[in-house]
Ligand binder design. Structure first.
Ligand SMILES: [Zn+2]
Length: 268
């Protein structure tokens, strides 16, 4: 069937009576203008029509759970193009933290083995894997959002292995991006090395790719905290995501993270 005819015959995934009440209840989406809300819904329709979003291990997703996943996944690309996520088509949701399914080979030929339980994984060979309890905690403004974290990895992978250097817009400076992230990453690791308190999840110190993904979580959930800690990084993320969460979300104070409090994740 022609693509446009197929779309015409598909029901609108946002015609659910549950939407937009679910979205309005998500703190993550507070403060969006009517125009931004409309753009988010456009991205969500595209996402839900083109992605296979299903549970595994006897988990059956509800309509509201799919909407919560789509809303979180589409917020980062609200002002980007639909094709930002076109390189992958599956979202597999586990009933809890999970171990990477058996052995798999990524697009670079590297073989990955099952390891520690994780709450999310952006596999370079395709699917996004998520733990449902963590997905459902995501919309709270606490700096932890596994959907945004894994989607940031997917954006980072658009030009190869995730490395904190996703494809930038034409009007962005590669030099300014590198300088902001390199200085912040060095400072963050240095603070942890010295045992100083930090306000950002120490998991970000794992490697530059995790730093980008973790800071993307803070950009969307605790933008004022990120701006206070690393204003140059905040400015780069504002340009990259083409939005300014600090202008729409409330200022929330947070305590420093415990250094042993790691968020399991794997940027597969
Ligand atoms: Zn990660």
């Amino acid at each position: 069937m022609f693509e446009f005819l197929r779309k015409l015959t598909q029901p609108d995934p946002l015609a659910s009576p549950l939407w937009p009440a679910i979205g309005r209840a998500m703190p993550l989406l507070h403060g969006l203008s009517d125009e931004e809300w409309a753009r988010l819904e456009t991205r969500m329709r595209h996402f839900l029509r083109h992605k296979y979003v299903e549970g595994t291990h006897e988990l059956t997703l509800t309509e509201s759970q799919r909407l919560v996943i789509a809303a979180q996944a589409c917020l980062p690309i609200m002002n980007l193009e639909d094709k930002a996520y076109d390189a992958w088509s599956e979202v597999i949701v586990y009933p809890a933290a999970f171990v990477s399914p058996t052995q798999w080979t990524d697009e670079y030929g590297l073989v990955h083995e099952a390891g520690q339980p994780v709450i999310g994984m952006a596999r370079s060979d395709g699917p996004l894997l998520l733990s449902l309890p963590d997905v459902e905690q995501g919309p709270w403004l606490d700096g932890r959002n596994v959907v945004i974290h894994e989607c940031a990895h997917k954006l980072d992978m658009l030009n190869g292995r995730p490395n904190c250097f996703p494809p930038l817009h034409a009007d962005m400076s590669r030099k300014a991006w590198n300088r902001a992230f390199e200085r912040a990453y060095a400072d963050f690791r240095n603070r942890l090395y010295q045992g100083l308190p930090v306000s950002i999840d120490p998991y970000g110190a794992q490697d530059p790719a995790e730093f980008f993904a973790v800071l993307s979580e803070y950009f969307f959930e605790l933008p004022h905290l990120l701006h206070r800690e690393y204003p140059a990084v905040y400015e780069q993320l504002r340009q990259f995501y083409r939005q300014d969460p600090g202008a729409r979300l409330p200022v929330i104070g947070v305590q420093p993270c415990a250094q042993d409090e790691l968020t399991p994740c794997h940027a597969g």
